[in-house]
Design a protein around this ligand. Structure first.
Ligand code: NAP
Length: 487
């Protein structure tokens, strides 16, 4: 059976892995397409460069992509593809029906390959295209100059090939809206001294601009209270450990009577740890206020119970401040408005209030939630019934929530449904592997392969090694493709 997966991020790769390992009585060949010349999606282009622990997930993902064995018959005529693939495959899997995964980078669904092509060459498709846009924030002035979406900034600092190389870092006072892990990543990258990022895989152009970042104050806004944050403890603690940055807390935010906190939130272990971390910052602040500790050169202000209501602009239409309204607990986990407003002067602003998925040609899309409508991964059409042969997994299936590991259980659900539905899969006219390769060639698509990725990976690592750095990412699509395709 031949299956296509669109999207070679963690969601797509986990789906491929689970398909390969699934209990089935037929062989499976998986073609994994990605619009980028390199695999790993959000792990390469969403995780911050100073998070090597999370980037370590790549080791496991890579093992799946390296599984290019095609089964005994095919291998006899295609030895070049076998390579080292069998290594790392456990004996149980080796006894199971055979499976192979083939990565095709630089292939954009809807442009280079469409639904009709997939139906012609595969038995089913799984969309795992993630969510890479910023959710919109509907407040006055949000389109002002120097008002940015976090996803765009993350793409820039992670060297995404399709975003501009430059980023205007000229504000001394910056606002970040949101209390999730993306807001933490954005805040850390903005407030950290550039030299502390140098050992990471940060792209050169990003490091150069961050070196000139004049930031002095960063204001991080959450519309609910400190116990309601969506941060994870490890990431919050890390923010407080950034060198030469003082964490500044408004004591008023902690002095609010909210029965929901004691009755519900403080029963959660994670909330207890998060609160403890913030309490340590409050203690450190008292020492600073008493003159017992010297102040740092940069400050990160945490503002809770602060709902953004407008972005203020100067005469040139550039961000000059953020207007917030104080909120108060409603006693049931939500907030009420208080009618009390404040303007905090800032010269740039980042909204980190969640990601949003993009529609795919000929595939149903929920415009409100930014996901493909589905039931347990079965894509649901306009008539409310499943669309045969079409599945979804990852953030485009369930929305942009959860850590990378959660994507695995999500893929499990989708794969179970897909295997259950075998009777309703497509009947492809040309299911041979070579037919798709021919199609891509006939359309002049400069598609990259797993061997090409290994070349690019080795090249980036060697660039880093020369300078005593982890890796230096190649940023331009042309150069990525050139290195990948070089024999
Ligand atoms: P998130 O965790 O859902 O956080 C979104 C934040 O934006 C929340 O604080 C939310 O507040 C706030 N928000 C939403 N709408 C708002 C509005 N209109 N006005 C003001 N605030 C608003 O989303 P995320 O930070 O984008 O992260 C997405 C997922 O990726 C999460 O599961 C996250 O843990 C994961 N991630 C993990 C890491 C890591 O290092 N481990 C890094 C990045 C991302 P409310 O709570 O009040 O709705």
């Amino acid at each position: 059976m031949r299956l296509a997966i669109v999207g070679a991020g963690p969601a797509g790769i986990y789906a491929a892995d689970l398909l390969i390992k699934a209990d089935r009585d037929f062989d499976v060949e998986i073609d994994l397409f990605d619009q980028l010349p390199a695999p790993y999606g959000l792990v390469r282009y969403g995780v911050s460069p100073d998070h090597p622990r999370i980037k370590g997930i790549i080791t496991a993902l890579r093992e799946v992509l390296d599984r290019t064995d095609r089964g005994d018959d095919a291998q006899a005529g295609d030895a070049g593809n076998a390579g080292d693939a069998a290594e790392g495959v456990d004996t149980e899997a080796a006894r199971a029906p055979r499976g192979s995964v083939h990565y095709h980078g630089n292939v954009r669904y809807g442009e280079h390959i469409g639904l009709d092509d997939l139906k012609r060459h595969y038995h089913a498709v799984i969309f795992a295209t993630g969510a890479i846009l910023d959710a919109s924030l509907d407040i006055a002035g949000i389109d002002a100059e120097a008002s940015y979406g976090a996803a765009d900034f993350v793409s820039w600092f992670d060297g995404h090939p399709d975003v501009p190389r430059e980023w205007p870092l000229d504000a001394k006072q910056v606002a970040v809206i949101g209390n999730g892990n993306v807001a933490l990543d954005v805040s850390r990258m903005l407030i950290k001294h550039a030299e502390d990022l140098l050992p990471t895989e940060i792209p050169d152009n990003v490091h150069r601009l961050l070196e000139q970042n004049p930031i002095e104050e960063l204001h991080l806004f959450g519309r609910r209270g400190p116990q309601y944050v969506k941060f994870t403890p490890l990431e919050l603690r890390e923010l407080g450990e950034v060198r030469d940055v003082d964490m500044v807390i408004d004591e008023r935010d902690f002095d609010i009577d909210d029965p929901y906190v004691a009755e519900t939130l403080m029963k959660n272990k994670q909330v207890i740890v998060l609160t403890r971390i913030m309490n340590q910052w409050r203690e450190a602040q008292k020492l600073r206020d008493a003159g017992e500790v010297a102040p740092a050169s940069r400050r990160l202000h945490l503002h809770f119970w602060s709902k953004p209501v407008a972005v203020m602009q100067d005469a040139d239409g550039r961000v000059s401040g953020i207007k917030i309204e104080r909120t108060a607990p409603d006693g049931a986990g939500g907030v009420v408005e208080t009618g009390e407003f404040e303007v905090v002067p800032v010269q740039s602003l980042y909204r980190a209030i969640g990601y949003f998925g993009s529609p795919l040609e000929e595939i149903p899309f929920d415009e409100k939630r930014g996901v493909i409508p589905n039931e347990q991964g079965r894509v649901i059409g306009a008539d409310g019934s499943p669309v045969p042969g079409v599945y979804a997994t990852g953030w485009i299936k369930r929305g942009p929530i959860g850590l990378i590991g959660h994507t695995k259980s999500d893929a499990m659900e989708t794969i179970e449904c897909l295997l259950e539905d075998r009777a309703s899969w497509w009947q492809p006219e040309a299911p041979e592997a070579a037919a798709v390769v021919e199609l891509l060639k006939s359309r002049n698509v400069p598609y990259t392969t797993i061997e090409g990725w290994h070349r690019l990976d080795a090249y980036e690592l060697s660039l880093g090694e020369d300078q005593g750095r982890e890796r230096i990412k190649v940023v331009s699509r042309e150069e990525m493709t050139r290195v990948s395709l070089a024999e």
